[in-house]
Design a protein around this ligand. Structure first.
Ligand code: NAP
Length: 164
């Protein structure tokens, strides 16, 4: 299982239920990384998508405590254990934890790597990804500088690997 996330300098990832950095190239990178695979997300992240619809071309697994939750095109899990059972037979390289903050926090211990788009900006945020630079469990394996967003924010794709 792998995590994929876009952060700003203080590891902020969202505010008021929305993303905080606009970066079209990163959206393309997200789509090409996850396409054809399985994406695992929290119910709030699903609700942040256009019309609350799942992502096309991917198997969508959504975590919720609501027993009666049903959404077309979505497989529902009510616990981390249920998620792990649902993805047990998948190629782990093609299972992507896509947020939000609570789901990253809960599933990061099961991730072998994290693909982090780091933006050189500070935006107001109320949701955060764990700071992997300060975690002894993770180390930076590669960093590919990519240039500027449409709002001239420098960004890079950084791969972190979980120390076993
Ligand atoms: N920058 C990025 O790359 C990125 C990516 C994704 C999301 N985000 C941002 O992150 C923010 C949302 O994060 P969030 O933490 O508020 O919400 P979230 O993680 O998307 O969803 C939280 C919900 O997931 C369900 N859930 C979580 N853990 C569960 C468990 N163990 N068992 C059962 N259900 C569980 C619960 O749903 P119920 O309430 O239905 O029980 C919970 O309220 C938004 O601002 C979004 O834009 C940013």
């Amino acid at each position: 299982m792998r995590a994929i996330v876009a952060v700003c300098k203080n590891w902020g990832i969202g505010k008021d239920g929305h993303l905080i950095v606009r970066n079209r190239a990163d959206m393309k990178h997200f789509v090409s990384s996850t396409m054809g695979g399985t994406v695992v997300m929290g119910r709030k992240t699903l609700d942040s998508f256009s019309k609350g619809r799942p992502l096309k071309g991917r198997r969508n697994i959504v975590l919720t405590h609501r027993e009666d939750f049903v959404r077309e095109g979505v497989e529902v899990a009510h616990s981390i254990e249920e998620v792990l059972a649902l993805v047990a037979s998948c190629n782990p390289e093609q299972v992507w934890v896509i947020g939000g903050a609570s789901v990253y926090r809960e599933l990061l211990p099961y991730c072998s790597s994290a693909i982090v788009t780091k933006h050189e900006c500070l935006c107001p945020a109320d949701s955060f990804f764990p700071n992997l630079d300060e975690s002894p469990s993770w180390h930076e394996a590669s960093c590919e500088s990519k240039g500027l967003t449409e709002e001239n924010v420098p960004y890079a794709f950084v791969t972190y690997v979980h120390r076993s």
